[in-house]
Design a protein around this ligand. Structure first.
Ligand SMILES: NC(=O)c1ccc[n+]([C@@H]2O[C@H](COP(=O)([O-])OP(=O)(O)OC[C@H]3O[C@@H](n4cnc5c(N)ncnc54)[C@H](O)[C@@H]3O)[C@@H](O)[C@H]2O)c1
Length: 408
């Protein structure tokens, strides 16, 4: 067995919910003959999603959604799976990256699965001829969903897309625990520095930011949060973290992690007041949260190690991990989210694809929530896999909760 296949097999053992869905798919073949285009992080968990969709009868064409997150051995193994073709390559140039996206689109997908909207953006800007035949799409992450909603608001979205990211079974686990655990693991294996006692600044107290903040606190770090939303800032404060502006935090932090989905959150004015040796990384969106362009342009010299670029300004140095790209995926030893977390996210994806195939032709273009029954089915599947049972409402409780005339 090659290393890619061994990784896929290892992940499969920790994906019981997707495994059960794949067994049903294999039996019922709900995607027979359909072409599915995917732009996701190409690694072992994603490979299991591709395999599950192929086992349902689909022909799956897949490429990456980040040039640094592809694992080449997994990409190779994917190409040996029946019904799957993979075009991703680690370290692809921008040109190669978009060539691969185009190859996926050349296959004529009727369903798209994105993590950051690359396929949908390309379809709506360069390949509009594909729109009439597309049943619908699924979007995996926050930033992709923001952009889809902007497109829908302007009447520019050409087919229905399910915002997988927004559903509780995704955000409460993938963004909070997945990003929390995997970003910390990536920082620690890449730098080998101690987290306990360090002053760590988290930009953004959304789902990803709060997961990181709590896990860092558990490891003994001193955590400061920066925010632009007063409610989330207050939440961070009442959860026990310091809250300040990035202008203030820049001077005190030792490790900085951005999780905002926004651009230039750490930039010029911040670099100049940072203490020498500060470590910066991004666990939010693509490579836009830290102004790497400014560092590249103004540094005296850079030392590049595996996953760490050290920018010197005289005798001061600022270290950036993974070129400011998603640290949990883009550092050389980055494994992405823990397998069990992706079992939930990709089970949602698999069931949403089936839903689109069965119901999507009746949906108008727009952004849709994951249907409640799918969210619940994934939660129940996970509880079953864990051997946990929960209470059910008694008829009396159900009546009480649904009535308004019973007094208190
Ligand atoms: N690393 C990963 O594997 C991974 C996983 C899931 C999501 N994401 C990405 O992480 C980002 C955040 O996702 P989320 O679910 O936490 O989103 P979210 O919307 O819940 O949180 C983002 C937070 O950042 C704040 N913010 C925005 N601009 C800011 C600024 N300039 N300074 C400080 N705070 C600012 C917002 O007010 C918000 O509270 C998105 O880009 C998402 O796509 C990454």
């Amino acid at each position: 067995m090659n290393t890619g296949m061994a990784k896929i097999e290892w992940a499969r053992q920790y994906m019981p919910v997707l495994g059960a869905i794949a067994r049903t798919f294999r039996h019922e073949r709900p995607l027979e003959g359909l072409v599915i285009g995917m732009a996701l992080h190409v690694e072992a968990k994603t490979a299991n999603l591709a395999a599950a969709l192929a086992s349902a009868g689909a022909k799956v064409y897949i490429t990456g959604c980040n040039p640094l997150s592809t694992q080449d051995d997994v990409a190779l193994a994917l190409n040996s799976l029946e019904g799957v073709e993979c075009y991703a390559k680690r370290g692809a140039t921008t040109e190669e990256y978009y060539e691969a996206i185009d190859r996926v689109l050349d296959a004529g997908p009727v369903i798209t699965i994105d993590d950051g909207m690359d396929l949908i953006y390309r379809i709506h800007t360069r390949r509009t001829d594909l729109i009439p035949s597309i049943i619908g799409g699924c979007e995996e992450t926050t930033t992709g969903v923001h952009r889809l909603r902007a497109m829908a608001r302007e009447g520019k979205l050409g087919f229905p897309v399910i915002a997988v990211n927004d559903t509780p079974m995704k955000r409460f686990f993938d963004n909070v625990h997945g990003t929390g655990e995997s970003a910390l693991t990536a920082i620690m294996v890449t730098t080998n520095v101690q987290v306990a006692g360090k002053h760590v600044v988290i930009a953004g107290y959304g789902f990803c930011g709060r997961g990181l903040a709590h896990k860092l606190h558990g490891l003994g770090a001193r955590v400061t949060v920066t925010e632009i939303d007063p409610r989330r800032a207050l939440e961070a404060y009442m959860d026990g973290f310091s809250v300040m502006t990035m202008d203030e935090a820049a001077a005190v932090g030792e490790i900085f992690i951005t999780t905002t989905g926004n651009t230039s959150v750490i930039g010029k004015g911040h670099f100049s007041v940072m203490r020498s040796g500060a470590i910066l990384c991004n666990a939010g969106h693509f490579n836009v949260e830290i102004d790497i362009g400014w560092l590249e342009e103004h540094t005296d010299r850079v030392i590049r190690r595996d996953g760490i670029d050290s920018y010197y300004f005289g005798d001061r140095v600022i270290h950036v991990l993974a070129e400011g790209r998603l640290v949990n995926l883009a550092v050389p030893k980055g494994m992405g989210h823990p397998i069990e977390v992706m079992d939930l996210s990709f089970s949602l994806q698999a069931l949403c694809v089936r839903y689109l195939v069965e119901e999507g032709r009746g949906l108008l273009p727009g952004v849709y929530n994951v249907p409640e029954f799918i969210d619940e089915a994934v939660a129940t599947g996970k509880l079953n896999a864990l051997g946990l049972t929960i209470d059910s409402l008694t008829p009396e409780q159900k009546h009480y909760m649904e009535s308004w005339s019973e007094g208190t």
